[in-house]
Design a protein around this ligand. Sequence first.
Ligand SMILES: CC(C)(COP(=O)(O)OP(=O)(O)OC[C@H]1O[C@@H](n2cnc3c(N)ncnc32)[C@H](O)[C@@H]1OP(=O)(O)O)[C@@H](O)C(=O)NCCC(=O)NCCS
Length: 154
Amino acid sequence: MSAVSAVSIARPVTEPELEALAELERAVFGDGAYPFFFFRQAFDALGATLLVVGDPGAPLAGYVLGSLAASEKDAWIWSLAVSPDRRGEGHARALLDACEQALFERGAEGVRLHVSPTNTHALTLYERRGYVEVALVKDAFGPGGDRKILRRSR
Ligand SMILES: CC(C)(COP(=O)(O)OP(=O)(O)OC[C@H]1O[C@@H](n2cnc3c(N)ncnc32)[C@H](O)[C@@H]1OP(=O)(O)O)[C@@H](O)C(=O)NCCC(=O)NCCS
């Protein structure tokens, strides 16, 4: 893929953008989307690592949510999504860069995430960024929802 990331700047979401964020989530994940109230609570608890790409007032191009973990030194990326009409522009890379940096600055030793074994675009993205598989969890997200756990070090 050839991606142009020069215009892709990840920044913390603002409170008035939370409904637009929930809309983006629905457009990407459909029935599996986090509801609005999830983003409301994530904004309050994890706002510095709930990042978006998009000009204020314009539709959001993508978002990432990460957090430190309560009981381990690795942080987690909870979700990463780019609007279907904005893919291949480098937004996912910019979002991951910014989120990883924020998590490392806050003391994370590594970053972990779940990804479906069939999500080839996401697997390619993560592998190119140095993520390696550390586990395969059967039914991690419910029956039939197997997930790989990938990790990258600081
Ligand atoms: C996976 C996803 C976040 C990628 O977003 P994106 O903004 O298009 O990605 P980028 O433009 O930053 O591309 C980064 C890398 O992703 C991979 N990638 C992205 N789109 C791809 C495609 N259509 N085909 C193959 N690889 C692709 C490539 O490795 C690319 O690197 P390259 O440009 O050096 O080849 C996006 O497709 C998406 O939102 N998918 C649905 C939700 C999802 O699967 N989220 C991840 C859950 S773990």
